[in-house]
Design a protein around this ligand. Sequence first.
Ligand code: TYM
Length: 350
Amino acid sequence: MTKKRVFSGIQPTGNTHLGNYLGAIRRWAAEQADKTNFFCVVDLHSLTVPQDPAQLRHETRSMAAMLLACGIDPQQSTVFVQSHVTAHAEGCWLLNCITPLGWLQRMTQFKDKSARQESVLTGLLDYPVLMAGDILFYDADEVPVGEDQKQHVELTRDIAQRFNALYDTEFFVIPQPVIAKVAARVMGLDDPTVKMSKSLADKRGHAVRLLDSPDEILYVFKRAVTDSGREIRFADEPEKAGVNNLLSIYQAVTGKEKDAVEADFATARGYGDLKVRVAEVVIEALRPIQARHAELMADTGELDQVLAEGAARAREISQPKVDEMKHIMGLVAASVHPTSESGMPLQDRL
Ligand code: TYM
């Protein structure tokens, strides 16, 4: 049986937090053995909002190191940096030319992010098309993401179907979003009505960042907003959103069933106890990850090697796909494609 193909990505904007880990990275690592995987540090996506160049360079490496530290194994998964594989930007242009503007203007993330900025960059609007290319140029069947990215994956499906219909082909695989059953949407600890997010993570108390010290993690959990009651149980009621979020984090980290989680807290002495015990499991889960991350960052030789091999493997898949797409769309092939690994005339490869 052929393995399912998986593609997912993460932005190297720093402040990687528990939501990114539980909603995405940890699941990528857990399921990699049964799939063919591509995990991408999407640095081009980060440029859609202003960045400090030196900081972005550092964060890109740090994010790649984080993926490996979280257990992504380069023997089982291709790990690479998006800008190292030119097919992404090249193919994005082609997809732009079949994507109606209205589809992009309707995206919730674009509406939210653009409302918070005085001057909105074109790249921010185009962000989901670049993301669609990431997924489609690898023929991915599955896209494991947190709840907040579901709309972007649905747009990817629409773009793929539109291309296939326009050119009367089955060229693009139609991918499925795969959303976690637990911790698909980790909420802010300072405000359980908003999603934990990188852009708010500089605000003390909002997020647990994966590189935070044990003291800082304990501090943030101790200050977590709950309610005025005492009941420690999973609940949909809006007033119990804080407790529900803490229990969901505990559940995701320990891998226990809901009943078992509630049983663990049956004799807890109030929310103070709950907060400290959730902090403890998170601190222990992050300890080996932080140690491995520090090791990889101290000597980046191993990391650079992994990223170079990853980019080479990613190019082998995505560049021929984009070349073929150009052909389908009526572009004339260069007699020898400058980035072709084989150096074979393109006509012979199509
Ligand atoms: P990014 O970098 O914002 O987030 C990376 C992953 O973390 C998930 N996530 C969360 N999960 C649960 N609770 C939260 N509070 C939370 N916050 C973030 C996100 O859903 C995501 O899975 N557009 C993407 C990056 C991207 C991509 C792709 C993803 C680019 N190309 C192709 C999949 C496939 C993004 O900005 O993720």
